[in-house]
Design a protein around this ligand. Structure first.
Ligand SMILES: [Zn+2]
Length: 296
């Protein structure tokens, strides 16, 4: 009995010490914060825990994006933060893609009369799966849609499938900023086993985004050190990572290696300092193994 209980106690202590170390670092990082994007008059990032969302303030109203409120009251804080800057109406909420951790909890925005916009595949999925607490989009984007509000132009561009089949690239042409979520992480490898991700479309999409005119990327999650924005090098580096990963896994498959051996043997030291390297590299390898081994 003691043998069965002891590991549980050890695991509990380990979890407790992890929690303590997280708490010990916590005071520097408030649960949410709003940052004005450097070099702009009216573009902001709202961060809540480890998710972030772009919003734009104009005299004619506010364009908000992802509510990032899955099982937490982020939207309330988001609206309060907007209200510290402007009393102008919140005209739009635009979803980056269909994943609930980014789009849940928009009801407080809906109650204020905002129009919700998403890619048409996001709306189809939301209507089909009826996730709890996700506002159904009022309008959809197919290939491209442009919003003009109070002197700001925002393009909503679909470059094809990547991290989902509903990801938009939101581009501010005057400011040369893009906001696009989850598929161009800042100095990080891809999340877990790359669920919902389309290969090789992901790499093709990156080439399209790199060819577009912009200087700053606002990502859906801060990178290492809390960095909230990136640039084209982040997109180029992500493409290089995927190409290096793909080539290494393709070689392992061609040599007849098993999943287990490929996951154990493939190392990509160029990226070992990136977020997620230790935790997710084997899962990223598995995703590419399936692609090269079975075409799935
Ligand atoms: Zn996602």
């Amino acid at each position: 009995m003691a043998q069965r209980i002891l590991p549980a106690i050890a695991a509990g202590l380990f979890a407790a010490s992890l929690a303590t170390s997280v708490l010990a670092q916590a005071p520097q990082t408030p649960p949410y914060a709003t940052t004005k994007v450097e070099g702009t008059d009216n573009v902001y990032i709202f961060r809540y825990a480890n998710h972030q969302s772009m919003f734009i303030v104009t005299k004619a109203g506010v364009i908000a994006t992802d509510p990032i409120s899955l099982r937490r009251p982020a939207a309330k804080a988001y609206i309060e933060e907007i209200r510290k800057i402007t009393q102008a109406p919140i005209k739009y909420v635009i979803y980056s893609h269909a994943h609930y951790d980014h789009i849940a909890g928009g009801k407080p925005f809906k109650d204020l009369g905002a129009t919700f916009i998403a890619h048409k595949n996001a709306k189809a999925r939301i209507v089909e799966l009826k996730p709890v607490d996700v506002v159904v989009p009022d309008e959809v984007v197919d290939r491209q849609k442009t919003i003009n509000l109070g002197g700001t132009t925002l393009e909503l561009i679909y470059v094809g499938r990547n991290h989902s089949d509903s990801t938009l690239v939101m581009r501010l042409p005057k400011e040369k900023i893009i906001f696009t979520v989850d598929w161009i992480p800042l100095a990080a490898i891809q999340f877990r086993e790359m669920a919902d991700t389309y290969i090789p479309d992901l790499e093709e999409g990156l080439k399209k985004v790199i060819a577009m005119d912009w200087n700053m990327l606002i990502a859906g999650h801060p990178g290492p050190g809390g960095r909230q924005t990136g640039n084209k090098d982040d997109a180029r580096n992500q493409l290089a990572y995927l190409q290096d990963l793909s080539a290494a896994v393709k070689k392992a498959v061609s040599e007849g290696k098993s999943y287990a051996d490929a996951e154990k043997e493939i190392k990509l030291p160029k990226y070992e300092k990136w977020g997620g390297y230790e935790a997710f590299l084997q899962m990223n390898i598995e995703r590419y193994y399936d692609f090269h081994n079975r075409g799935i």
